[in-house]
Design a protein around this ligand. Structure first.
Ligand code: NAD
Ligand code: DAU
Length: 367
């Protein structure tokens, strides 16, 4: 049975983390439908948050009139409570998201991924009680944006939603903890909550710390590309427009308590991704260095997307098309790249890569 739409035109959606990569895509896509939907973004503007990602909305008078931006922390109840009171739907896309940073400094991951989710859930619980008391027309729907990393490394087969969770990095453990809190609040307090588990996402506006934007921006600049280990780790690639569309679809069609995999359907070893992006950038393998591996590096993620497909959703963007458009976008946006490399970028890059690149060796394209 399909649930009645949580996001009819005219609804008010609170998107936390809406200045980030996936959250801003959702904001841009929903507001550009011009169906009367209003969106408030709550974003702390960490190094990963970028107001420029929302410029297409803020520079369009019709969309700007249906948009509000609040800078703040999802772990701050005083900020969250009044925003939840005004929202029909809450999408939590706020998180610390880079595995390598979680290995260097885990604490912020736990604060946002566990305490922050708890604060959001308390606000949803309160609003659900208010709805039951007749103080608001309906309880809000809460969607937690989660990840395939909660399943851990999958040597064979594909993860289904009922599989046990086995996170293996501080980032993935924080995401799993957040999800478990969501389930606990749904079961215990009967809040209307759903979870999406997305696979590796790529596209425009992604911070250049992640594999594809890092390697594309380095390749365009003629800088070395640090490939971890043998480069045979497998990821399942999902275009960001598809990821945002899946979130929107799940808001409309999932049952309370549902957990849904959002699989990209393009499983590739990193070496294949690197080969394709080098070709799209007009570069060759001479830029690539194999460097010491990420500790605890998950060898393979792979999800079964059948449950979401049975509801009627499938990804639309073919990987080679999405990659070509992504390379073109980074080529055309040098100012965005420079601006996204905020104050901590040089220090982070040196800490993560200086020694690795010193120990790195040239890679033979042939495996
Ligand atoms: P991102 O790093 O680009 O953006 C995260 C945003 O959250 C930033 O704007 C940041 O400022 C904000 N933020 C961080 N801490 C906050 C806090 N305490 N309060 C308010 N805002 C805060 O991340 P992304 O890639 O867009 O990921 C969004 C969500 O999707 C995350 O939950 C992530 O775990 C999940 N996800 C990402 C991918 C991927 O490949 N990028 C895949 C699956 C799931
Ligand atoms: O699978 C979903 C997850 O995908 C999201 O939950 C995370 O937020 C997102 O960061 C991403 O995690 P990964 O660790 O898979 O992505 P990342 O881009 O960091 O790395 C992708 C692969 O590329 C991985 O096998 C590590 C490798 N890599 C990455 C970097 C940054 C390198 O070889 N060199 C690098 O410099």
């Amino acid at each position: 049975m399909t649930r009645s739409p949580a996001v009819p035109g005219g609804a008010h959606i609170l998107v936390t983390g809406g200045a980030g990569f996936i959250g801003s895509q959702l904001v841009r896509d929903v507001l550009s439908r011009r169906d009367g939907t209003r969106i408030t973004v709550l974003d702390k503007l960490t190094y990963a948050g970028n107001r420029a990602n929302l410029a297409p909305v803020e520079s369009d008078p019709e969309q700007a009139a249906r948009f509000a931006f609040v800078q703040g922390d999802i772990a701050d109840p005083a900020v969250v409570a009044p925003l939840a009171a005004e929202a029909d739907t809450i999408v939590n896309a706020a998180a610390e998201t880079h595995v390598d940073r979680s290995i260097l400094d885990p604490e912020a991951f736990l604060r946002t991924g566990v305490i922050g989710v708890h604060v959001l859930l308390e606000a949803v619980r309160h609003e659900t009680e208010r709805a039951a008391d007749g103080a608001r027309p309906a309880a809000p729907r809460f969607l937690q944006v989660s990840t395939d990393e909660v399943y851990g490394s999958i040597p064979a087969g594909r993860s289904v939603e009922t599989d046990a969770l086995g996170p293996r990095s501080p980032y993935a453990a924080a995401k799993a903890a957040g999800e478990l809190l969501v389930r606990a609040y749904h079961v215990t307090y009967n809040i209307d909550a759903v979870v999406t588990r997305g696979s590796n996402t790529y596209g425009p506006y992604q911070h250049p710390e992640k594999l594809i934007p890092l390697f594309v921006t380095n390749a365009l600049a003629g800088a070395p590309l640090p490939m971890y280990g043998d480069g045979m780790q497998v990821r399942d690639w999902l275009h960001v427009a598809d990821h945002a569309a899946a979130i929107d679809f799940v808001l409309r069609h999932a049952e309370p308590g549902d957990v849904l995999n959002v699989a990209g359907g393009t499983e590739l070893p990193n070496r294949d991704v690197i080969g394709r992006l080098l070709a799209a950038c007009g570069r060759d393998w001479s830029l690539v260095r194999t460097v010491p591996d990420r500790p605890g590096h998950d060898r393979r993620y792979a999800m079964d997307g059948g449950r979401l497909a049975a509801l009627g959703w499938r990804p639309q963007v073919a990987f080679d098309d999405g990659l070509a458009a992504t390379v073109a976008w980074y080529r055309e946006h040098p100012d965005w790249i420079a601006q996204s490399r905020t104050a901590d970028w040089d220090a982070y890059y040196a800490r993560q890569y200086a020694e690795r690149l010193e120990r790195g060796v040239a890679v033979d394209e042939v495996r």
